[in-house]
Design a protein around this ligand. Structure first.
Ligand SMILES: *[C@@H]1O[C@H](CO)[C@@H](O)[C@H](O)[C@H]1NC(C)=O
Ligand SMILES: *[C@@H]1O[C@H](CO)[C@@H](O)[C@H](O)[C@H]1NC(C)=O
Ligand SMILES: *[C@@H]1O[C@H](CO)[C@@H](O)[C@H](O)[C@H]1NC(C)=O
Ligand SMILES: *[C@@H]1O[C@H](CO)[C@@H](O)[C@H](O)[C@H]1NC(C)=O
Length: 413
């Protein structure tokens, strides 16, 4: 079948002419009619021309498909018309883009960032999951420029992990300068700055930044196809007022937005981190992604009220919640993150409890919660060769708890 745009432009004028309809009329003596040599010659010529026209259009098709995604101004005009509409009038109807191979996945990327080796394994685990789950978009990691991917036997730990990300999980590596703040060793700020560098990755049309203290259970390629917006984020559903969660951010990188973000970071008020900055900038214009499925906190399995997460009084089913979730963030304070060995008494005290008594007892919340942690430990062992990290390396959750921190590490009870 020829696409509509071809039949409209070149094919139909030839076919609908009297010549081609003639054979369909039985009453007409068409052999006589074709007899004059000039008529036959003209017919043959016309057919040849039509053939040449169609072939020439098709031969450039791959290039056009390739060049499809608008690079400068995001116009809504489908690509075929932009090149062709001045060769005839009236203009052709818009091509049905749903049937066109219009999505070029290499325009999109899942982004990880690392500022030092402590969180590198977590990022690697996210990249491995996306690779294993068949994400179609690129995977990209921003890393300090003094590292070098190297899997030789005497390569350093971060260099080996970089090589692993690149060779085994098809990750694009982007070296960056980690910005230090003078007179401050607040690593959280460095992280925030580096995370927001995603706005500057203009080699991509859209990127998804995922926090690495989390588990990806299904890919999220569909988020790359959301209606255009500078950023799309889920709500921080654990907060009692409207606030956006920066655990998952869909970003359209651009020089303009990057300048705005950079400017905001250069004019920080108090202890603002990435989440505060983004809320100030985008709370009125952000596209809101449903937090249900896209930003589930592990603490939810400890909690007793689930209306905020579910969005209604729908009965809570821990297994179903995990089943449908695509992105699960580790927020279990005061328990440590799952790569830090918890003290036995803290572990006993703060893991989720079963509810009910005897026959009626329901332990599904605790079981699901343990399952998420066990899965994390097992993957960490497999991917990075060790299950536990040194607690000295911990960042955010070691910061004293202030109202500020509750945005990042809520407490469920
Ligand atoms: C994009 O559109 C604006 C306004 O319509 C125009 O000023 C600008 O030159 C266009 N840019 C490109 C690259 O076509
Ligand atoms: C058709 O488009 C081409 C390229 O954009 C342009 O050079 C040409 O002048 C246009 N022709 C008409 C009739 O508008
Ligand atoms: C190590 O390097 C070799 C050769 O370049 C490559 O084939 C292999 O996939 C790499 N392995 C890892 C774990 O990066
Ligand atoms: C932002 O991107 C531009 C273009 O790729 C690059 O030249 C610049 O160094 C980047 N800025 C930072 C702070 O990384």
């Amino acid at each position: 079948m020829l696409p509509q745009w071809i039949s409209r432009h070149s094919y139909s004028p030839v076919l609908s002419s009297d010549d081609s309809e003639a054979p369909l009329k039985p009453s007409m003596n068409w052999t006589n009619w074709l007899a004059p040599r000039r008529v036959r010659t003209a017919l043959v010529l016309a057919l040849l021309l039509a053939l040449v026209f169609v072939v020439s259009r098709f031969s450039t098709l791959p290039e056009r498909l390739h060049g499809f995604v608008p690079t400068n101004n995001q116009t809504s005009t489908p690509f075929m018309q932009q090149e062709q509409c001045n060769c005839s009038s009236p203009e052709p109807e818009p091509v049905n883009t749903a049937t066109e191979p219009a999505v070029r996945w290499s325009d999109f990327a899942y982004v990880q960032y690392v500022t030092n080796e402590n969180y590198l394994c977590n990022s690697l685990m996210i990249l491995e999951s996306l690779h294993r789950l068949g994400a179609k978009a690129d995977r990209m990691m921003m890393y300090p420029e003094h590292w070098q991917p190297d899997n030789g036997s005497d390569a350093s730990y971060p260099n080996k992990l970089l090589a692993q990300a690149k060779d085994l999980y098809g990750t694009k590596l982007v070296p960056i300068k980690v910005k230090k703040v003078e007179n401050s060793d607040d690593p959280t700020w460095e992280d925030s700055y580096t995370k927001l560098l995603a706005f500057n990755q203009t080699q991509y049309k859209r990127v998804i930044s995922l926090d690495s203290d989390a588990t990806v259970r299904q890919h999220m390629d569909e988020l790359f196809l959301l209606p255009s917006a500078p950023v799309a984020m889920p709500r921080a559903y654990w907060m009692d007022h409207f606030f956006l969660s920066s655990q998952l951010i869909v970003i359209e990188p651009s020089e303009f937005e990057w300048k705005r973000v950079e400017d905001a970071m250069n004019h920080l008020e108090g202890h603002d981190y990435d989440m505060d900055i983004l809320n100030k900038m985008y709370d009125k214009s952000c596209l809101v992604i449903p937090h249900r499925r896209y930003d589930l906190l592990t603490g939810e399995f400890k909690g007793t009220s689930h209306e905020n997460y579910l969005g209604s009084k729908e009965p809570w089913d821990a297994r179903k919640a995990l089943e449908e979730a695509k992105f699960v963030h580790f927020s279990d304070w005061p328990l440590p993150k799952p790569w830090l060995k918890p003290k036995p008494d803290v572990w006993e005290k703060h893991q989720p409890k079963c509810v009910g008594e005897g026959e009626q007892q329901d332990c599904s919340g605790r079981d699901v919660w343990l399952q998420i942690r066990d899965d994390f430990s097992e993957r960490r062992q497999r991917i990075c060769g060790h299950k536990w990290d040194n607690a000295q390396n911990e960042r955010r959750s070691s910061v004293p708890r202030t109202p500020q921190r509750l945005k990042y590490e809520p407490v469920f009870s």
